[in-house]
Design a protein around this ligand. Structure first.
Ligand SMILES: C[S@@+](CC[C@H](N)C(=O)[O-])C[C@H]1O[C@@H](n2cnc3c(N)ncnc32)[C@H](O)[C@@H]1O
Length: 296
């Protein structure tokens, strides 16, 4: 089962709002945070949103019959529109838990991981006709690849260039690069394997961010959340790498400066030593919390 990162902290912050709550879990995934929230807080309505149709089917089954729960398939970048369309006047709180779910990582057909040999896909929304990892790996020029590796994989320019050129070179003799293990093998030829983390990890991160326009969605999603929030409402965002966290940090700081409310976490909240030890997947989780001005 999926372990909900920092769930006790998330509940602690929502408890500051002492009344029946209308909350949105904008990245409901396997519904583990949702389950914890339903158990721990006075909930009037919990809206569960996800971009992944597989997650939506799973959530429908898991929460069938719970009339506090409303499930919406959609992109959180447009969450304010979905909320308005559902006839909800405003939200007391919004939770974001960015990144890939356990289900997605371990579904061999989804292509998020190179521990299984699978097609290069990586779309959160498989029912969309949008860009796939295959398109990025096979159709981008080496300098476009270099750019996304630098920007989204956080590689130094010269390493990004070496990986990008190696991918382009492999295409010229292999024809297409079709699977996650083929890609991981090509990357291993450039980056040697040091420590516990496979060298292809950040290459996969970069491609995933490109495929799903993740950083743009995070920016738009945070703005949409602020618009949908009732006065005094709370936004909580859990990030797993520095690119995500930087966006959240800057947004919250900017909002505070503009007088929209205040940060409840001047310093980022991380899992306890015990939580990180017991659940290595949430080791890198970072929570930031913002409260909207009470009467504005
Ligand atoms: C780390 S998982 C969330 C796990 C969830 N908190 C739980 O307890 O099971 C992140 C989820 O966000 C979803 N997601 C990613 N980008 C999204 C977007 N732009 N809009 C809506 N959902 C998105 C993914 O499909 C994935 O299911």
């Amino acid at each position: 089962v999926h372990y909900p990162a920092l769930a006790d902290k998330v509940v602690h912050f929502f408890k500051l709002l002492s009344k029946p709550l209308v909350l949105l879990d904008a990245t409901a995934g396997a519904g583990s945070h949702a389950e914890y929230i339903l158990r721990s807080l006075p909930i009037e309505k919990l809206i569960l949103m996800d971009l992944d149709p597989d997650a939506i089917s799973y959530l429908r089954e898991k929460f069938a019959g719970d009339n506090r729960v409303l499930i919406i398939h959609g992109n959180f970048a447009d969450l304010d529109k979905y909320i308005a369309k559902a006839g909800i006047r405003g939200l007391d709180g919004v939770l974001f838990d960015f990144g890939v779910s356990y289900h997605q990582i371990f579904s061999p057909q989804r292509g998020f991981s190179f521990t299984h040999d699978s097609n290069l896909d990586m779309r959160f929304n498989r029912s969309s006709s949008g860009l796939t990892a295959w398109d990025v790996v096979n159709l981008y020029s080496w300098w476009e690849l270099k750019e996304i590796l630098e920007k989204y994989g956080e590689f130094p320019a010269h390493i990004a260039e070496r990986i990008a050129r190696k991918i382009a070179e492999a295409r010229s003799w292999m024809g297409n690069i079709d699977t996650t293990t083929q890609l991981a093998d090509i990357v291993s030829q450039v980056l040697s394997h040091r420590g516990k983390i496979h060298p292809a990890t950040r290459v996969f991160q970069a491609i995933r961010i490109e495929v799903n326009r993740e950083l743009d969605n995070i920016k738009d999603g945070l703005d949409a959340a602020l618009r949908s929030l009732l006065p005094g409402g709370i936004i909580q965002a859990i990030s797993y790498h520095s690119l995500e966290d930087r966006i959240v940090k800057q947004k919250f700081r900017e909002w505070e400066k503009e007088g929209f409310g205040r940060r409840l976490t001047k310093k980022v909240v991380k899992p306890s030593w015990e939580e990180a030890k017991e659940h290595p997947t949430v080791r890198s989780a970072k929570l930031r919390v913002f409260q909207k001005e009470a009467d504005k």
